[in-house]
Design a binder for this molecule. Structure first.
Ligand SMILES: NC(=O)c1ccc[n+]([C@@H]2O[C@H](COP(=O)([O-])OP(=O)(O)OC[C@H]3O[C@@H](n4cnc5c(N)ncnc54)[C@H](OP(=O)(O)O)[C@@H]3O)[C@@H](O)[C@H]2O)c1
Length: 217
């Protein structure tokens, strides 16, 4: 894929992990924050691969990239995206947002209106090309390029060309393989399955991740 990549809310573990692997694939990544100085400090503490570049910027600047990933907590994703709507118009926007809450030793899924966070984001970003991806990935292993991660990334969206472009981008990232699942109708199921993944890891004190068998190459 050509172009730059911005990550809204990219200072958290999820955004940092995706940024590291995009940079390793040679991309120029902007990690966005509500506070550009904080973003700069976060990037300063990261081990940025020499193949690409990562800079810390305000969310508004990250939203100016060619492809934009939303990586805020679920309860701030819609308001954050809405405020950036004009900057995101016409662009491929990737939601990795999961609506989950902790209950004892488990994470359980919430069911947002429109059935999913991606659905909510598609509603507030009607002219963006919304794709869902990266939901099930363990952030710590993503950020550590030596972790041996070999994970599948389930991709969904209604815009087939955007979906395929995101799948191609994922396939360039070390340790990841894209698996296109289908349309936005699957968003709620994909997001909710993250609760299963994380709860398994809590219960089994493990760092497992999703890898689908039987797909071929
Ligand atoms: N952690 C994982 O392993 C993982 C894996 C896959 C997907 N996800 C999903 O990715 C998203 C981010 O996960 P995370 O663990 O990185 O979350 P996080 O650390 O809680 O939040 C990410 C960033 O969002 C910004 N943020 C926090 N509260 C905000 C608010 N009220 N308004 C706007 N921005 C706010 C913060 O950046 P600033 O303070 O710098 O603005 C924060 O560093 C979540 O939706 C999660 O479900 C997480």
């Amino acid at each position: 894929m050509d172009g730059t990549i911005g990550i809204i809310g990219g200072t958290g573990p999820a955004g940092r992990g995706v940024a590291i692997r995009l940079a390793k694939a040679g991309y120029d990544v902007s990690i966005g924050s509500r506070d550009a100085q904080r973003a700069g400090e976060v990037v300063g503490a990261m081990a940025v691969p020499s193949e690409g570049a990562i800079r810390g910027v305000a969310n508004e600047d990250a939203a100016m990239a060619d492809v934009v990933i939303i990586a805020t907590p679920w309860d701030s994703a819609v308001a954050t995206a809405k405020a950036l709507r004009e900057l995101l118009a016409g662009k491929v926007v990737i939601s990795m947002v999961n609506a989950l809450v902790r209950e004892g030793r488990e994470l359980v899924p919430l069911y947002p209106s429109r059935g999913s966070m991606a659905g909510q984001l598609a509603t507030v970003l009607p002219t963006s090309r919304l794709v869902g991806a990266f939901h099930h990935l363990p952030a710590a292993q993503m950020e550590d390029l030596a972790s041996g991660l070999d994970a599948d990334v389930v991709v969904f969206g209604d815009d087939a060309a955007a979906r395929e472009a995101v799948a191609g981008l994922i396939d360039e990232m070390p340790g990841l393989r894209s698996v296109v699942a289908g349309t936005m109708s699957l968003a709620g199921a994909v997001e909710a399955f993250t609760a299963v993944c994380v709860s398994i890891n809590i219960r089994h004190k493990a760092h497992s991740y999703v890898k689908l068998e039987g797909l071929g190459n």
